[in-house]
Design a protein. Structure first.
Length: 319
């Protein structure tokens, strides 16, 4: 058994004997400050990874605003950004705007002497973009003394609760609210369906989620809309930025289709990243992951093998 597994096992047994527990989402966490143990020559930074956008108007009030909000919250840490979309980066490069990929940004930070790094993604669901970012972080982790990746906006049940409270803060009972997400071609699109189910299950039947490129599609969203009996619709993007999908798919396709069916549609072209409440959600995640490390499944399996006991949702291991 490795020294790390021995330490985790010892801490877990201490937690059991001492009755130590901490509610930390619905996964098992180890209390572990990312930046507190830095030595005099160490340097800390936060890398904010966005999918990116070519639309300057929405970028300024979403992605740039998120970067600025994080920088204001942590003035002692360097804050850098990267774009994960190669298509967006290529189009921006043609305009003379160079923004690094996550891998390039990680290498640049290491070359500049940064030793401790928190990587924050502004993607909404745990899909292919997070898979790609996780791979790049794992592939380059040896360049840093300590590196940690924050979960996306929607990951734990508490995240859904927080976002739903934002989506339902100011509802008109005579209006149906249709949020248009990106969607994805694999099982990750189920997270949009979970959000839609959460809304229904908590009494917000007039708030509906549909996706451009994944389930629930326009047709499923329309079925939900018809069930409300409402004729006024507020259409808005369930996306961090209000870019191409919001301006083309939502405005030029979804809105005309709904109007052709007799609905009175008002579109709100505003990305989630523009909302101070969503920016605060991201900052809260940064706060938590600065002081907590999520145990991997292999860490937990090592504990199970030695103890024969399963870790529960409310258990946390303090370092």
């Amino acid at each position: 058994m490795t020294q790390r597994y021995l330490r985790i096992l010892l801490l877990y047994m201490t937690a059991l004997l001492g009755g130590l527990s901490l509610q930390a989402g619905n996964k098992i966490f180890e209390t572990d400050s990312l930046f507190a143990g830095m030595e005099p020559n160490d340097k800390g930074a936060i890398l904010v990874v966005h999918f990116g956008t070519t639309h300057d108007d929405t970028r300024r009030v979403t992605l740039d605003a998120i970067n600025e909000r994080i920088a204001a919250a942590y003035p002692d840490l360097a804050v850098r950004q990267a774009y994960s979309s190669r298509i967006v980066r290529k189009r921006l490069a043609a305009r003379g705007i160079e923004i690094p990929t996550p891998g390039e940004a990680l290498k640049e930070l290491a070359q500049e002497g940064f030793t401790h790094l928190l990587v924050v993604s502004t993607t909404i669901v745990d899909g292919v973009e997070m898979e790609s970012l996780s791979y790049e972080v794992a592939h380059l982790q040896q360049l840093f003394k300590k590196i940690r990746l924050v979960t996306p906006l929607l990951f734990y049940e508490s995240d859904y609760k927080d976002l739903v409270s934002i989506m339902t803060a100011h509802l008109d009972p005579e209006v149906a609210y249709l949020w248009v997400g990106h969607g994805t071609y694999d099982s990750a699109t189920a997270q949009y369906a979970m959000l839609d189910h959460y809304l229904q299950n908590h009494g917000y039947g007039q708030v509906i989620v549909g996706c451009v490129e994944g389930y629930p599609y326009y047709e499923e969203a329309l079925e939900r809309l018809r069930a409300t009996g409402l004729k006024r619709v507020s259409l808005q993007p369930l996306m961090i930025v209000a870019g191409e999908h919001a301006k083309e798919d939502m405005l030029q396709e979804w809105q005309p289709r709904l109007e052709a069916l007799g609905y009175q549609v008002e579109s709100v072209v505003r990305g989630l990243g523009e909302l101070p409440e969503v920016q605060e959600m991201i900052v809260k995640k940064v706060d938590f992951f600065m002081t907590h490390h999520r145990l991997s499944i292999m860490d937990k399996k090592a504990i199970y093998e030695e103890t024969g006991e399963k870790l529960h949702q409310s258990d946390s291991i303090a370092q």
